[in-house]
Design a protein around this ligand. Structure first.
Ligand code: FRU
Length: 494
């Protein structure tokens, strides 16, 4: 093991002890110490779920990337393992960027990641990105002696070696391996490249699987490609997006392309596109197929444009989203919290047909670890309410709100009163489906985050909120008259 990795392991073990459990989310994976971004190497290996992540242990800001590591039996309770990779070779000295994992026929786990090195190019310092391998046993990994396995010479003419990252591997039906990698053609125009390998170690370029052609942002990062409900899905995270109505927002976002895959020709034909998350904090997701056949996705629940605003005193920064079960229904990507979450259900309180106007509080409805479903409808359809809101993480000063306006069929998430003092984006809106002014909201809180699943996962809005954990109030507000059903569980993680 290199000195650099040994030091990282020692540092995280010592410093993790200084972080109180009450400061962390309970069932979302957060950085063991320091900084976390993208999920990496999400896999099921030797009877556990493994999650690696982009990791800078030494402070709570992005820095030379390591891979942090955690395991779980249920995707919700995570146990940290020692850091898996450190930037300790000439070809990855500037960072071990995002990548993925597969199990080899001999039972070892193979990681593929982007090795970044810095070089002078035309008088400028540039990051050169190549794809590299490491092999291990679920705790310790050794980098492959023939790294990098994919580099500039494997790229088609004119494609960028500065934006060539985030390999996502899988094993094809015939036992061979495939991976998709984010890349750019021409003027930082995103594309996804497909590579193939017989043994997981020797790789070659197959084709351009999908090309942006100027439609969605610039460089494309973190692709994932899988079959789902008779269709094929390409997830990709474009940088520098321009907004398109309420579908896509400015900055970095995650795009879902749904289409068909001709396995023989290995061609992907797009049919439709949609955003994956309509909230503030969600990026770079990865999926796995669970042993019982579910496609489960976890994203980084932060946002590149707002992730540097915290105090340097913070001992950790960065958390993952809830694991979400994916399906395609009526041509749309649907996301539901993993069913394992139900095992965390504690105290239940339920209210049926509460008719109210103004402000309403309900006995037993409060808390910061909560799974709450609210169905709201107008009492008089010819005179519907104008706006319905749920406030949570509430005290005298703070609250975060989810609101619904049936007239516009829009759900809004708003954290501007969450205690933040920064003038950055605090609101996002999503156009949703509602019939006769009725809507179903499943709101999941975990200390410093909210994820809202609208109408059983048709639209999802996620955001972090760093409100003091003592702000536990939940209340309901209505401009007009509404009737609501509320079922609320306290979530109890170990
Ligand atoms: C996406 C990303 C990846 C890269 C990693 C670096 O959030 O920019 O493309 O591998 O983060 O930490």
């Amino acid at each position: 093991m290199s000195q650099i990795l040994r030091e990282a392991r020692r540092y995280e073990e010592l410093n993790e002890k200084k972080i109180g459990q009450e400061e962390r989310p309970r069932f979302h994976l957060s950085a063991r110490v320091g900084w976390m971004n993208d999920p990496n190497g999400f896999s099921y290996y030797n009877g556990s779920y493994h999650m690696f992540y982009q990791y800078h242990p030494y402070n709570s800001y992005w820095g030379p990337m390591h891979w942090g590591h955690a395991v779980s039996g249920d995707l919700l309770h995570w146990e940290y393992l020692p850091a898996a990779l450190a930037p300790d070779q000439a070809y990855d000295a500037a960072g071990c960027f995002s990548g993925s994992a597969v199990t080899l026929p001999d039972g070892r786990q193979l990681l593929m990641y982007t090795g970044v090195r810095r070089e002078e190019v035309g008088g400028e310092t540039r990051d050169i990105q190549t794809q590299c391998l490491a092999v291990g046993d679920g705790t310790d990994y050794e980098k492959y002696e023939a790294n990098p396995v994919l580099c500039e010479k494997d790229l088609p003419e004119g494609n960028s070696r500065f934006d060539f990252r985030d390999p996502k591997m899988w094993q094809a039906g015939n036992g061979s391996y495939r991976c998709v990698v984010g890349n750019c053609a021409g003027e930082r125009d995103g594309q996804v490249l497909l590579f193939g390998s017989e043994d997981g170690f020797h790789w070659s370029f197959l084709k351009v699987l999908a090309a942006n052609n100027g439609r969605f942002g610039k460089a494309w990062e973190c692709p994932d490609f899988f079959a789902l409900d008779g269709k094929q899905v390409l997830l990709v995270s474009p940088m520098d997006m321009l907004p398109q109505g309420l579908e896509y927002h400015n900055g970095n976002g995650t795009l879902c392309l749904i289409g068909n895959y001709d396995e023989k020709e290995e061609t992907f034909t797009e049919e439709s596109d949609q955003a994956v998350d309509y909230g503030i904090d969600f990026y770079a997701p990865q999926t796995i197929l669970t042993p019982d056949g579910r496609r489960v996705m976890i994203g980084w629940m932060q946002n590149w444009d707002t992730c540097n605003l915290h105090s340097p005193e913070r001992p950790w920064f960065g958390q993952m989203s809830l694991p979400r079960e994916l399906s395609i229904e009526n041509g749309r990507l649907i996301q539901r919290p993993v069913r394992e979450l139900e095992a965390l259900h504690g105290e239940r309180v339920a209210f049926k047909n509460v008719v109210f106007s103004g402000v309403k509080e309900l006995e037993g409805v409060a808390g910061r670890c909560v799974d709450m479903e609210v169905v709201v409808r107008p009492v008089d359809e010819s005179n519907p309410f104008r706006k319905f809101s749920v406030w949570f993480a509430q005290d005298e000063i703070c609250h975060t709100a989810v609101s619904f306006r049936p007239g516009e069929s829009i759900v809004k998430l708003d954290r501007k009163f969450s205690g933040t003092r920064r003038a950055v984006i605090h609101q996002r809106r999503s156009r949703v489906n509602s019939q006769n002014g009725e809507i179903k909201l499943r709101i999941i809180l975990d200390i410093c985050s909210v994820e809202v699943f609208v109408n059983d996962g048709e639209h999802v809005l996620s955001a972090t909120m760093y409100t003091d954990p003592s702000a536990e109030g939940i209340s309901f507000l209505c401009d007009g008259i509404a009737a609501m059903d509320v079922v609320k569980y306290t979530l109890c993680a170990r």
